[in-house]
Design a protein around this ligand. Structure first.
Ligand code: PLP
Length: 397
């Protein structure tokens, strides 16, 4: 068996042909193909709207700006996540409030979350770790229960009347909870189509939402598009054929999706159900092959929840951080590349400099110190999964 990479993209001849067709069409940046991909993403999630952008990071930042969140505001998010979940809070000038994991879980402790709410709290950003959708409706209920101490500072905050739930669904496109797909669970949901995610446009992301009662949703969508394209009243596509006139309504950002990327996304979305089924089959295969080892396996198949199967995180019982490092090195020597998801934010220089200390996040540290993420991707073969499981057996003996 050759070396098993941690990740390999799942790109078909049809994906390549779809991208090539855009290259030959005479229009490669934001235009009709992006609009079609947006419709397809919204329909797939049973949401009303989707705006495609250059990344999940851009999507989350624009949603915070749309909500009017900035200096003086606080945003609650897990300590156990990738930096992008938090950096956008810093970008808009708000204060990130990190929440520890629930004991033995990769997700936020609900009691700690509730205790962290103050009159300055404007949003919660839950992370659908490994593709398992968070219980966003429980979070909106918590936000509703706290509405007495919420002081809205923008028309959208006023329309919501409570703390906003902005899901980081970078891992969970195609997941669902209680029959509702990711994209229709939170107030706003931000997806990533980065190269290593389940569905890719090389780089890309999207904001999707169900129309919010009491808000002018057409205006919200228009505002998001303006934010993503310099605040320019008409896009390059709309200005073709001599009709050049335009205005700039405010100095906006630049994070629109290209038609080239959208063509890849549309093609991938067409076969995404089979890609998800492939991930689930590999997860079952790992679950069976590893069930006799002293490991905690991921919980991709809990009642009422359908995971997108993005990651396969295991925990090596009793391992210290150092022993875990040796196990990853041994797996690598056996031809299996693994990873760690995630180094908690308080352990990273950027967040230590903001005053966070891992000592205040003991549950996150406990999850991190013995976590190993095994290779999992839809282009992976059964033989590769069996080989990875075999290598783990040898190393743990
Ligand atoms: C990948 C990822 C992001 C960032 O996605 P981009 O599209 O690269 O901006 C954010 N949060 C999590 C949890 C991720 O895994």
């Amino acid at each position: 068996m050759e070396h098993i990479p941690f990740f390999a993209p799942d790109l078909s001849e049809e994906d390549a042909a779809a991208a090539a067709a855009v290259l030959r069409s005479g229009w490669i940046t934001t235009g009709p193909v992006t609009a079609r991909f947006e419709r397809a993403v919204a329909d797939f999630c049973r949401a009303d709207r989707a705006v495609c952008l250059s990344s999940q990071t851009a999507a989350a930042e624009l949603v915070l700006r749309l909500l009017g969140i900035g200096p003086g505001d606080e945003v609650l998010l897990p300590a156990y996540t990738y930096t992008a979940t938090c950096s956008v809070v810093c970008h808009v000038g708000a204060v990130p409030v990190l929440i520890d994991c629930a004991p033995g879980r990769f997700t936020m402790d609900e009691n700690a979350l509730e205790a962290a709410v103050t009159p300055r709290t404007k949003a919660i950003i839950p992370v659908d770790f490994a593709g398992i959708p968070c219980d966003c409706r429980r979070l909106t209920a918590l936000a509703g229960a706290k509405r007495g101490c919420f002081s809205p500072a923008s028309p959208l905050q006023e329309a919501l009347g409570r703390i906003a739930v902005v899901a980081d669904a970078s891992h969970s496109l195609g997941g669902s909870r209680d029959g509702l797909p990711c994209g229709s669970l939170a107030d706003f949901t931000c997806f990533s189509f980065h190269a290593v995610k389940n569905l890719t446009t090389a780089e890309g992301g999207a904001v999707v939402w169900r129309d919010l009662p009491g808000a002018d949703n057409d205006a919200l969508e228009r505002r998001l598009r303006l934010l993503s394209l310099h605040g320019q009243s008409r896009s390059a596509f709309e200005k073709q054929e001599g009709d050049w006139e335009y205005d700039v309504l405010f100095p906006g950002y630049k994070c629109n999706m290209t038609d080239l990327a959208a063509a890849l996304g549309l093609s991938q979305l067409g076969r995404y159900p089979s890609m998800l089924a492939r991930r689930k089959a590999l997860i079952r295969r790992y679950d069976d092959a590893l069930s006799d080892l002293p490991l905690e396996l991921p919980r991709h198949f809990e009642p009422g929840v359908s995971s997108s199967g993005h990651l396969y995180p295991i925990r090596l019982y009793g391992f210290s951080e150092e022993e875990r490092g040796k196990a990853i090195a041994a797996l690598c020597r056996a031809g299996v590349s693994c990873n760690v998801h995630y180094k908690p934010l308080p352990m990273l220089t950027a967040y230590r400099c903001l005053g966070f200390s891992i000592c205040d996040f003991p549950n996150a540290y406990a999850m991190y110190q013995n976590e190993v993420t095994l290779p999992l991707y839809s282009a992976m073969s059964d033989a590769q999964a069996d080989w990875a499981a075999e290598a783990l057996h040898k190393i743990l003996q």
